[in-house]
Design a binder for this molecule. Structure first.
Ligand SMILES: *Cc1c(COP(=O)(O)O)cnc(C)c1O
Length: 356
């Protein structure tokens, strides 16, 4: 049975969190002399001289209806990367506990585990890039605190079978983190609506992809109120800047515009896949539920270097397990995609000429 109390690190359970000036007094007052801010202002036109809301109440209130989830079940991080790190710090005892990842997958789960000195166990994806449930089950023991599932997965682009994710949620007594950074581009539904059924579920999302706000650094974790409360104790008090909170609020008024961009990106992804598949040196374009395509070519290094000479950067994933000779290509603007396709056509003609 899932017992959150048994999962939390002892030092976190007994932690007395930092109490900020904004925590100790949050009512109405005329004069604020409690936080050592600069009351005269700042060199900027808009001052930003006051500390931001440590609990991001307004952002969470605006986000809650968009995600159909209570504000109490939302945690905001300085990018998803902060949420990832905090999950380790809250639940994994360095040098003792372990976590499971399903490679090939997002690199930060591993880097963050290494930073926190937490053992990494690996249940590689099957050949079809789906979860290996048997291997996962065999790896988990009483010190396994987190299982990381990225769906849709980076870099393979596919969503995991929902049934498989639910099987893990039902059978694992630790926390299952489902990273939905690319969920807006997917045919699959988000798991955020299932929080009631799964007390061990943490869903990660981000403003960096579909929302187009990678530069703001704003990530979301959705989980039970209890888990959110633990993350809140451990986070730096003012982890989301005033500027980020204001800009996120503005963006949240434009959900329609974001949905239009998602539609356009998905259409371009479908079109690009069709074009790639016609190129003779392309062996496979994997199905995508994300805003990028994983493309297997004859000689990934050579395609990658050729594109660089044209000023086009893609991600070379050919050293990654199961991604032999694969490039990860993000969907760009219409013009960028055209430039890419023309460069790939040039590559074909030039290499054919050299070979013959
Ligand atoms: C891009 C990405 C993120 C987003 O990270 P941020 O820190 O929010 O920018 C998270 N997870 C995966 C799998 C990603 O590809």
């Amino acid at each position: 049975m899932f017992d959150l109390n048994k999962l939390i690190r002892e030092n976190i359970k007994t932690l007395r969190p930092y109490s900020s000036a904004r925590d100790e007094f949050s009512g109405q007052a005329k004069v604020f002399l409690d936080a050592n801010e600069n009351a005269l202002g700042s060199p900027l036109q808009k001052w930003y001289n006051r500390y931001p809301d440590p609990h991001q109440v307004k952002v969470k209130e605006a986000l809650a209806p968009v995600k159909a989830v209570e504000p109490e079940r939302i945690f905001l991080g300085n990018g998803s990367d902060e949420c990832i790190d905090l999950l380790y710090r809250c639940f994994c005892n360095p040098g003792k506990d372990n976590i499971i990842i399903c490679p090939p997958t997002y690199g930060m789960y591993e880097v963050s585990a290494n930073i926190n000195d937490v053992e990494i166990r690996r249940a590689p994806l099957l050949d079809d890039f789906q979860l290996d449930l048997v291997h996962l089950e065999n790896l988990a023991d009483e010190n396994t605190k987190l299982i990381w599932i990225c769906s849709p997965n980076n870099p393979t682009a596919n969503a995991m079978h929902r049934q498989d994710v639910e099987t893990v949620l039902n059978n694992f007594t630790g926390i299952v983190v489902v990273d939905e950074a690319y969920i807006n581009f997917s045919r699959q539904k988000s798991l955020v609506q299932e929080l009631n059924d799964y007390p061990n579920l943490v869903v990660l999302q981000t403003f960096s992809k579909a929302w187009g706000l990678a530069g703001l650094r704003l990530g979301m974790a959705f989980a039970s109120e209890e888990i959110v409360e633990i993350l809140n104790r451990v986070k730096p008090p003012y982890n989301i800047s005033q500027a980020t909170q204001e800009l996120a609020l503005k963006a949240l008024e434009e959900v329609g515009q974001v949905n239009d961009m998602i539609k356009e990106l998905v259409q371009m992804r479908v079109a690009l896949k069709g074009v790639f598949e016609k190129l003779p040196f392309v062996q496979k374009v994997y199905p995508s539920d994300a805003n990028f395509l994983l493309v297997k070519v004859e000689d990934a290094k050579s395609v990658y270097n050729f594109l660089l000479t044209k000023g086009i950067v893609v991600r070379d994933r050919s050293n990654v397990k199961l991604c032999d000779n694969c490039l990860r290509i993000t969907v760009g603007t219409e013009d960028e995609n055209t430039e890419l396709v023309e460069a790939l056509a040039d590559y074909f003609f030039e290499t054919k000429y050299i070979k013959s």
